[in-house]
Write a protein that binds this ligand. Sequence first.
Ligand SMILES: [Zn+2]
Length: 277
Amino acid sequence: MRPHIADPSLKGKLRRRLSRLIHRRRANVRLDRPLVSICFDDAPASAAEAGDAVLKSRGVRGTYYICAGMTGHDGPMGPNASVAQIRRLLTEGHEIGCHTLSHLDCGDASTEWIDEEVTKNGWKLAEMGAPAPVSFAYPYGDVSPRAKRILGERFALSRGLHHGLITNGVDLNQAPAVGIEGPGGEATAARWLDRALRRRAWLILYTHDVSDAPTDWGCTPASLGRLVDRALEGGAEIVPVREGCRRIGALGGNPQPRGWPTAGSLSGTAGARYARG
Ligand SMILES: [Zn+2]
């Protein structure tokens, strides 16, 4: 797997810039209180344990963007969450979002490939008891116009990695977010958090592993805890992305995902049959 960043070439940068101009879906944001969502991408087992513990101790829930094909395997940020851990996250009220089956770079992939990766991920998540995901995170933050078009038909919100707040007019098919990543991650996230509090906006924060010795893509439990406390003390409500979408009226207008099973409706045989097809 290449470093956990979007295609750094000029072509990649131009593609992401151009993508921001088309297949847009404008957010209509009028909030009584600022909103903050905490996301764990991929997601490493440490996010399902230490990350969950931080949120649980504050009585809030997060969003885990899962690649079901990487479940339980070792990744660049340690072992990924197991099926048992994902089931537990669900029972605790966390949201499971879609991050493709295999961490597909959607910037380069064909429409058919993206469709297959998202559909198969949805089936595998359903076997774990998850409802059909309503939000998506672009692996590597990489995106193309065709990816936006097909994902915009399926998800209420698709999240990139470029910084920003969700305010009126922001594109929900390429929504901004701020990482809690690396040595300066907490300070950067705190700056954006203060902006969100002042502007009564919705801020989506993301990280990966949560550990006392995090990778360059993760953060410590202490950093995460301080940010959650700062948000709550500043009057924000911390909600999963799905609930944020509901608050801004973005769930109703989104078509139901095509051909997705309801939670728990798949038998092992059905899953295996699908996997062959
Ligand atoms: Zn990822």
